[in-house]
Write a protein that binds this ligand. Structure first.
Ligand SMILES: *Cc1c(COP(=O)(O)O)cnc(C)c1O
Length: 389
């Protein structure tokens, strides 16, 4: 601890955060949920009606709201974002033994869901500015390492099929998804967007999660809005949307009283209890996003007057939800020193994730060169980003 730098530069940042959150003392979390609307009313409603489980009006309402918000033709409520991704991969046809292209700089759930589908991740570098999967790096890797036939694209070394590509919009900052969608089309690779962190983030006027075949969202307690635990799959294709819904509800065929199942299904449907919370939260989404944007503007102004850290802002032509505000330090040492200093002083900050290709279970996986992901891993820090009432 004695090595921690406590010079003015860190003190200034912490003072700024404390004044912004109106909290001169005590713990400031990274991201706390905020319940300012109909949460209690709707949750009580499910208990009083006895419809607390996976059948109920709130589940359907939640799906309609998600269709409205994202503009997707189909939205399917799931128990969490990880299973939404698992199911998304299955419905686009990922099979055991396939390879799935993704980024090493992501939350573990992205790579885990690929393994749950029986496939192996291939880690390709991110763009430094978006922190999301780099279309240029994907194109270069495919060109060098794969061949394409009518049946799809295959990895030359092992003849494994590339079953899907899973980019992730890091902290709600949209990646270059249009370029990536073009490349995936060209190579006949299904595109499954991990939009778990990007509810309320757009490229132009189009919501993230709707550029590929499937998009998924998470409503975990730490996300922009929460259902306690929950997720959603969105799709524009009727075939994929209906299949996802069918598989998520144990593949039970509609019948008044008989049990008839025609596929190996999953019990992935969001319970009504959670959907009630989700509906109340979605009603406040615009207000939440506006509030978070105001906070980001304050941070942007503060950090623009400094040269030791760079505050990450949305790329031109995109709208970020500013789920987690992000700063980039000049050096790994400064990142480490600040993480220690801020956390010791009860202002919660976190580094970006350790790269997936370094984790014991993913070390053996195929990787491209990862200079940008490695650079960001050693410099990025998230700072407090909660809704401010
Ligand atoms: C939160 C998150 C998930 C998984 O969501 P859960 O609802 O926690 O299962 C997946 N991918 C990313 C990038 C996430 O941040």
């Amino acid at each position: 601890m004695s090595t921690t730098i406590t010079d003015n530069t860190f003190i200034d940042i912490l003072n700024f955060i404390r004044s912004t959150f109106n909290k001169p003392q005590g713990f400031i979390p990274l991201h706390a949920p905020y319940f300012g609307g109909n949460e209690k009313k709707y949750v009580l409603d499910t208990i009083e009606s006895t419809f607390v489980s996976s059948v109920g009006a709130y589940v359907n309402k939640f799906e309609e709201m998600m269709q409205d918000i994202t503009g997707a033709k189909f939205a399917i409520a799931t128990t969490n974002g990880t299973v939404a991704l698992h199911l998304g991969l299955i419905v686009v046809g990922v099979k055991p033994g396939d390879l799935v292209i993704t980024q090493p700089l992501t939350f573990a759930a992205t790579a885990n869901a690929i393994k749950h589908a029986g496939a192996d991740p291939v880690f390709i570098d991110v763009d430094k500015d978006t922190m999301g999967l780099s279309p240029a790096a994907v194109a270069a890797w495919l060109k060098e390492n794969c061949f394409t036939t009518e049946a799809g694209t295959f990895y030359k070394t092992t003849n494994q099929r590339i079953g899907a590509c899973v980019p992730m919009h890091t902290f709600g900052f949209p990646l270059r998804i249009m370029d990536l969608a073009t490349i995936c089309k060209q190579y006949h690779i299904p595109l499954v967007e991990d939009a778990a962190e990007s509810l309320g983030s757009y490229v132009g006027e189009q919501h993230t999660g709707t550029f590929g075949d499937i998009g998924i969202f998470s409503f975990n307690g730490n996300k922009t809005i929460t259902s306690g635990g929950g997720g959603a799959i969105v799709a524009n294709s009727e075939q994929l949307g209906k299949l996802a819904k069918h598989l998520s509800t144990t593949a039970k065929m509609p019948h008044a009283y008989e049990f008839k199942h025609d596929m190996i299904g999953y019990n992935y449907r969001m319970p009504n209890l959670n959907a009630a919370l989700a509906c109340a939260q979605l009603e406040q989404l615009d207000n939440m996003l506006e509030n978070k944007r105001e906070l980001a503007e304050k941070y942007k102004l503060f950090f623009s007057g400094r040269n030791k850290e760079q505050f990450v802002t949305e790329a031109p032509g995109t709208t970020a939800n500013y789920w987690l505000n992000t700063i980039i330090f000049n050096s790994p040492q400064e990142q480490q020193d600040f993480l220690q200093y801020s956390n010791v002083n009860q202002v919660m900050t976190r580094p970006i994730w350790q790269l997936m290709n370094k984790l014991p279970m993913y070390q053996h996986c195929v990787s491209g060169l990862l200079p940008n992901a490695s650079w960001l891993e050693e410099r990025v820090v998230n700072i407090p980003s909660s809704y401010r009432p």
